[in-house]
Ligand binder design. Structure first.
Ligand code: ZN
Ligand code: ZN
Length: 280
């Protein structure tokens, strides 16, 4: 497989809002995985303000400009756009994109919770500008509800958003779904929820690509603890990769999200690269 890894050295140099300095030992922590055949490391460039203006209001962007974490967030969104463009054009099969300061709590005019600009909103805008109209699926397995992502795409029925959180809702003609996985779950039960609530929907929806907002705050001992083990995250990626192979020619992009456990980040992300890069 041709697997892209989008990483900027700035991500290791700060303690970021909510997630802390879990990336402080990267890229060294994933050195072995970067040597696997087909894996390529990319340094992202910043997303343009012009692209961000198509998703966010002026006041939100003015606040972002003044914040110390702005640069990290701009590189994160830039990495998402570059990786997604390469996957959709066929240059890459899949990718892991490291992300700080950007993500699923950023809506058009309101952002909080460690994510101050949207990552999938600008990515979908950029993909449609380059490739024309298209359908996109977003799987959110961070512990918290993806309120910002939901607000960005509400009314856009060419975007499927399936969020595993603490709500049970089906909105926007079945394209915006929340599934309550409970706080006392386990690996098998959570995987069954994904198999039952995400897989059939995405098979029917037929997106160009699956974006996966992969928070590990659901892990035991992390700040959104739902009782999941370390190996859960690897099993989840294997399941979604198989699903992407069936529905969109393997086009699958993982964006890191919540979670502050360094040991867990250092364990799961190199192993996830290996799973993405392995044939099958
Ligand atoms: Zn979270
Ligand atoms: Zn939700």
């Amino acid at each position: 497989m041709r697997t892209g890894v989008y990483w900027h050295d700035l991500f290791a140099k700060n303690s970021w809002p909510v997630i802390g300095n879990k990336f402080k030992n990267f890229p060294k922590a994933m050195e072995w995985a970067l040597k696997i055949e087909g894996v390529k490391l990319y340094t992202p460039t910043k997303v343009s303000w012009e692209t961000l203006k198509k998703v966010h209001t002026e006041p939100l962007l003015e606040n972002l400009k003044k914040a110390w974490y702005c640069e990290g967030a701009l590189y994160s969104v830039g990495g998402c756009i570059e990786a997604a463009t390469k996957i959709v054009s066929g240059e890459l099969d899949n990718a892991l994109v490291f992300d700080v300061g950007a993500g699923h709590h950023a809506g058009p005019s309101h952002a909080w919770g460690g994510t101050y600009v949207s990552c999938t909103g600008p990515t979908v805008v950029a993909l449609r500008e380059k490739f024309g109209a298209g359908r996109y699926a977003i799987l959110d397995t961070d512990s918290h509800h993806g309120d910002g992502t939901r607000a960005v795409f509400m009314g856009d029925r060419d975007v499927l958003h399936v969020c595993f959180c603490s709500h049970n809702t089906v909105e926007d003609e079945g394209t915006k779904i929340c599934v309550d996985v409970g706080y006392n779950t386990n690996d098998q039960e959570y995987l069954r929820h994904v198999e039952k609530e995400f897989v059939p929907r995405v098979e029917k929806f037929k997106p160009h690509i699956i974006f996966h907002l992969l928070g590990h705050d659901t892990a035991r001992g992390d700040y959104g603890d739902r009782g999941l083990s370390e190996s859960f995250f690897l099993e989840l990626v294997k399941m979604v990769k198989r699903c992407a192979q069936k529905v969109c020619n393997g086009k699958y992009m993982i964006i890191t999200h919540g979670g502050s456990r360094e040991d867990l980040a250092e364990y799961i992300f190199p192993n996830i690269i290996e799973i993405l890069a392995r044939p099958s």
